[in-house]
Design a protein around this ligand. Sequence first.
Ligand code: PLP
Length: 403
Amino acid sequence: MDINKIRSDFPILARTIYDKPLVYLDNSATTHKPRCVVEKISEMYYNTNSNVHRGVHLLSQEATQAHEDSRKTVQKFINAKSENEIIFTRGATEAINLVASSFCREFCTAGDEILVTEMEHHANIVPWHLQGDIRGVKLKVAPISDEGELIIEEFEKKITSRTKLISVIHISNVLGTINPIKKIIEIAKKYDIPVLIDAAQSIQHTEIDVQELDCDFLIFSSHKIYGPTGMGVLYGKEKWLDKIPPYQGGGEMISSVTFERTIFNDLPFKFEAGTPDFIGSSALATALDYVSAIGMNNIFDYEAQLLDYATEKLSAIDGLRIIGTAKEKSSVVSFLVKDIHPYDLGTLLDRMGIAIRTGHHCAEPLMRRLGIEGTMRASFAVYNTKEEIDILANGIERVSKMF
Ligand code: PLP
């Protein structure tokens, strides 16, 4: 992999922050966009902007073609069986809300349970709470070890006759833990329970094949895999998407409407009410093509080197404690330094041009489990380098000495 070439594809990396070169290590929050993605967006607005589906004129047909081709690109990227299984959403959050709302409406009654883990992002907790308010659905929570690994035996013990869905994070945005999702799905199959995989933090780091995994739902956001914001994907097996009701109503998702009733459209349109973000979908497809051209396995191997290097460098800093030491980890290092408040350290690093994230990372229950309020988090993407990790380590040492 030619890292200099990759870096030159991302114009923002050439920026300076307070006269220092930008060291961007906040990739779990969002990734930067390669030039081809940004150019795709302007090219579409300049040349192909027109509302999709049902347009008789050429521009509309071209925009429709681009949107539906993008669906095929996503289908291929995660190896879904059919493009009908790819639903475009506003992001990972909306995708989980869609499943929570539609799945629970069809299959859940008061007292039914959704099984999650202690390391979930709020996006995989709050939508179930909403269903708790509406339908009396309850969350069951599988515990993790102090190292940040799911305790798989305990996980299985949490399954009951009321468990209707297992909804788990693939890679933790806080700990970097790679959860054993194959094993989880294998266990779920024994009890005939469907599984939703939150791939918001894995889609950009590791190859995902939904047929091989045999998961029932999988969700991710475009902006975390070098694509545009406001765009995401829900993958669902056709057998589930056929059974569950629409999430929202409006244009596009209907085949016929009278004042008395609505007949819903076929998949995937049944779940895409209103004008879709056809420019976002095209830009997402461009991002996925970009990633595919580099090769997901190359990305995984390179980022593993970055993680190893960062773990070694940061562990050597006096008073620094890494939070999350699972054996299987990816691209994220959370840490605390002595009793320095994460906000203070993050602010001082920012003055050195280093962007990391601080706080609870939308995982307050996990923070409570770990007995901390928050962490500093450095997270890596394909364009990061060992030199940037050196700058981070030096920056932390400098701040640490100031306190
Ligand atoms: N799930 C995980 C594990 C995440 O890390 C995030 C965002 O950080 C989300 C879900 C929600 O993603 P979005 O805010 O793009 O909808």
